[in-house]
Write a protein that binds this ligand. Structure first.
Ligand code: GCB
Length: 643
C-alpha cells in the first residue's frame, strides 16, 4: 500500500473562504446551462505514494496519454462500479476527465459572457484544471463549488475544453467528517506500507463526483447572490431581500414577486428592500394544509451599461413565505405547533453509492408521502440541491445537517477543525438560506460533547451559525448523557438519539418505557427546551421472523418502535416535538461484526421495499397527521396528497 506523501500534500493544501454567492444554476433568458453528466475518463492513482498524477502532471495532457483509463459514470460513487475490490476500498487520489465542446456564442471575446464550471459536490478534496490550468480547489464532500473559466475557454474557441479533476477521499482529524489513517507497522502481520482509513461514523465513505456537474453562463455583470427572509402577521407578509451584483457598480435592479397564477403581487427595486404581500399564501408543511409547499417566484432583473452595451441578467428564485419560532415546549411554523413525524435518511443506493440519481430520489419522495412523513433530517451531511428543491415544493420540512459526524477525538475539537467547521456552515447557509423547507440547522451528529473542549467549540460554532442566519434555530444531535453534555446549553432544540433495548439492554424491550421517560424528563428539567427524538430504531433482516420477537427479526423492529411510540404519545402532549426513525432505508457501512452488508435499521430495504415496520409507521404518521391537522379527515384519502 501507499506511503505518506499524498496525505502530506492533502494536509498542506490551503483553504480559501467561500466567495459571496452560490445561486443554483438555473436557465433564464440571460443564462444557459450545459450538463456534463455521463461517462468521464477515470484513473485511480495506485502508485506507491499515490502521487504519480502530480509528479507526472496528468492534468497537462489528455488522461489517456499518461496511462490506462476506464469509463466512469458521473454522477456516481466510483466504489461499486467495477469488479475490482481495490477500487471499492481505494484511499487516495483518483482522476477524472471530460472533454466538452462549447457553443461558439459562449466564446466570443467581447468579455460579456461569463462561463462558469460548477460541481454540485465531489467527495472529498477536489482540485480542478481546465485545459491544464488550475481553476479551483475545494475541501468538503457535500457542498457545491464553482469557478469562472471564461478567460481559459475564450482564448481557444472551437477546441474542446478539457476538464480534469483530482479527487482525494482521505479523511484526517481536521476534515468533516473526520477520520484517521493508521499505518500497520507489524511486518509479521501486514505488507509493507499497509494502512487503513479509520472512521467513527456509521456509513460507507463513498467517493467520486457525486452530484451534477454543469457549465453555465451569465453576463459579465451578474446577479451573484440573493438573500430572502420572510415575516407575516394579520394577513400581511413582508419579504425582505438583498441582492448582490458583481462586475460593475453601475447597475439597476428591479424585482417582481409573482404568485402561482403568474400575477405580480409586489414589486421593488435596488439592492435591498421589503416587498409587502397582502393576504399571502403561506408555505405550509405537507399534511398541515391542503396546498403545501406554496412558493412565489421572485424575478430579479439587473441592467448595466458596459462599454456602450446594455447587459441584462435575470434570475428567478422560488420564495416560500413562512415563519419559525421555538418556545420551551413547542416548534411553531406560521404560529402553529408543528410535530416532526419523519425519518432520517442517507444518500445511498445500490451501485451508485452516494451518486445523485433521479429515479432513486423520486422513489424516496413517493415513499415519504406514502408513509405520511412530514419531515427528515439530512443525516449526516447536506443533501443534493435537487432534493432540497423537492422538499420546498412538496412541503417536506428539513433539519439541515452539516457533515459534522464522527467528531470523537480531542484533536478534532482544536482550532484547525473549528475554523473549517465554521467555513462549512458558511457554505451550507449560503447554499440553503432561502429554502422554506429548512427550518433548523444541525451543526453535528453525536460528537463527543462531554469532552472539555466541546463547550467552547459548540458555543463558537452555534453563535457563528446564528450570526450567519438569525432567522432559524440551531441544534446538534447528541447521544451524551444530559448531565455531561457541554454543547447542549447553546442549542435551541434538544435533539437526542437513544437505542434502548438495542445497543443498551439488547433484547429487553420492557426497559424502554422507563428509560425513555427518564431520558425526556431529565433533559427537559435541565434545559426547558423542546425535544426531538432524533434517532431510535432496530436492525431487521427482511424475511426474518420470530414470535416472541427476537433481535434482528421484523417483529422485534416493530415491537421496539411500538414501545417508543407509547412514550412519545405521552410526552408529545408536553414538550416532545418530534420523532425521526433511524432509518428510512438500509444503507451501506464499513464491514464489521455488527453489520450485515450494511446497517439494516431501515424500515425500507436498500432497494426501497417495505419491511413490516414501514406499515406500523405509516399507520401512526397518518393518524398523527389526522389528529393535528385542521383539514377534514385525511387518513382515508392518502392519495389526495400523493401528487
Ligand atoms: C447512531 C448514529 C447513526 C448510526 C446509528 C446506528 O447513533 O447517529 O449514524 O447509523 O446510530 O444504527 O448505529
Amino acid at each position: 500500500m501507499a506511503g505518506g506523501c499524498w496525505l502530506l500534500l492533502l494536509l498542506a493544501l490551503g483553504r480559501a473562504a467561500p466567495p459571496a454567492g452560490m445561486l443554483y444554476p438555473r436557465e433564464t433568458p440571460s443564462r444557459e446551462r450545459k450538463e456534463l453528466g455521463g461517462l468521464w475518463s477515470f484513473r485511480a492513482d495506485f502508485s506507491p505514494g499515490r502521487d504519480a498524477g502530480f509528479v507526472q502532471r496528468w492534468y497537462r495532457q489528455p488522461l489517456r496519454q499518461t496511462g490506462p483509463v476506464i469509463d466512469m459514470p458521473v454522477p456516481a460513487s466510483f466504489n461499486d462500479i467495477t469488479q475490482d475490490p481495490s477500487l471499492e476500498n481505494y484511499i487516495g487520489w483518483v482522476w477524472y476527465e471530460k472533454e466538452v465542446l462549447l457553443p461558439l456564442r459562449w466564446l466570443q471575446e467581447d468579455f460579456n459572457t461569463r462561463v462558469v464550471l460548477r460541481f454540485g459536490s465531489a467527495h472529498y478534496y477536489s482540485i480542478v484544471w481546465v485545459n491544464g490550468v488550475q481553476v479551483m480547489e475545494h475541501e468538503g464532500g457535500h457542498l457545491p463549488f464553482e469557478a469562472d473559466i471564461s478567460s481559459i475557454v475564450q482564448s481557444s474557441p472551437g477546441t474542446p475544453c478539457r476538464i480534469t479533476v483530482a479527487l482525494n477521499n482521505t479523511l484526517t482529524p481536521y476534515t468533516l467528517p473526520p477520520g484517521t489513517i493508521q499505518y500497520m507497522n507489524d511486518k509479521t502481520k501486514y505488507p509493507k506500507n499497509y494502512f487503513v482509513q479509520n472512521i467513527r461514523f456509521d456509513f460507507f465513505n463513498y467517493a467520486g463526483i457525486h452530484r451534477p456537474v454543469v457549465l453555465y453562463t451569465t453576463p459579465s455583470v451578474y446577479i451573484d447572490d440573493i438573500t430572502v427572509t420572510t415575516t407575516s402577521s394579520d394577513n400581511v407578509a413582508m419579504v425582505q431581500y438583498q441582492v448582490s451584483v458583481v462586475g460593475s457598480t453601475l447597475y439597476s435592479l428591479s424585482l417582481s414577486l409573482r404568485d402561482q397564477e403568474g400575477k405580480v403581487v409586489a414589486t421593488g427595486d435596488g439592492p435591498a428592500g421589503v416587498l409587502k404581500v397582502l393576504n399571502p399564501n403561506l408555505w405550509w408543511p405537507y399534511l398541515m394544509h391542503e396546498n403545501p409547499g406554496y412558493r412565489y417566484s421572485l424575478e430579479v432583473k439587473m441592467q448595466a451599461q458596459v462599454n456602450g452595451a446594455l447587459l441584462e441578467d435575470l434570475y428567478t428564485l422560488p420564495v416560500g413565505i413562512r415563519t419559525v419560532h421555538v418556545t420551551s415546549t413547542q416548534f411553531l411554523i406560521n404560529g402553529k405547533p408543528f410535530y416532526f413525524h419523519g425519518v432520517n435518511k442517507h444518500e445511498d443506493a445500490d451501485i451508485r453509492g452516494k451518486g445523485f440519481d433521479w429515479p432513486v430520489v423520486m422513489k424516496d419522495f413517493n415513499l415519504l408521502r406514502w408513509l405520511g412523513a412530514n419531515s427528515f433530517r439530512t443525516s449526516h451531511y447536506p443533501y443534493a440541491e435537487e432534493i432540497m428543491d423537492l422538499c420546498d415544493a412538496y412541503g417536506i420540512v428539513v433539519i439541515d445537517e452539516c457533515p459534522g459526524v464522527g467528531i470523537k477525538i480531542p484533536e478534532s475539537f482544536g482550532n484547525k477543525s473549528l475554523q473549517h467547521h465554521l467555513v462549512v456552515m458558511e457554505e451550507l447557509i449560503r447554499r440553503d438560506k432561502n429554502r422554506p423547507s429548512v427550518v433548523m440547522w444541525s451543526v453535528a451528529n453525536e460528537p463527543a460533547s462531554e469532552l472539555p473542549p466541546a463547550a467552547y467549540y459548540f458555543k463558537t460554532l452555534i453563535a457563528h451559525t446564528k450570526a450567519l442566519d438569525p432567522s432559524r434555530p440551531v441544534t446538534f444531535v447528541t447521544d451524551v448523557n444530559y448531565a455531561l453534555d457541554l454543547g447542549a446549553p447553546y442549542v435551541d432544540v434538544i435533539c437526542v438519539n437513544s437505542y434502548f433495548s438495542w445497543y443498551h439492554d439488547p433484547g429487553h424491550l420492557e426497559v424502554i418505557p422507563l428509560q425513555l421517560t427518564t431520558q425526556f424528563e431529565n433533559w427537559h428539567k435541565t434545559y426547558q427546551k423542546p425535544i426531538i427524538q432524533s434517532e431510535y430504531g432496530a436492525d431487521s433482516i427482511p424475511g426474518l421472523h420470530s414470535d416472541p420477537p427476537l433481535m434482528f427479526s421484523e417483529e422485534y423492529q416493530k415491537a421496539l418502535l411500538r414501545e417508543y411510540h407509547s412514550v412519545f404519545d405521552k410526552k408529545r402532549k408536553e414538550y416532545v416535538i418530534g420523532e425521526l426513525i433511524w432509518n428510512f432505508a438500509d444503507f451501506m457501512t464499513n464491514q464489521g461484526t455488527t453489520r450485515v452488508l450494511g446497517n439494516k435499521k431501515g424500515i425500507f430495504t436498500r432497494q426501497r421495499q417495505p419491511k413490516s415496520a414501514a406499515f406500523v409507521l405509516r399507520e401512526r404518521y397518518w393518524k398523527i397527521a389526522n389528529e393535528s391537522s385542521c383539514l377534514p379527515p385525511i387518513i382515508k384519502s392518502h392519495t389526495l396528497f400523493l401528487k
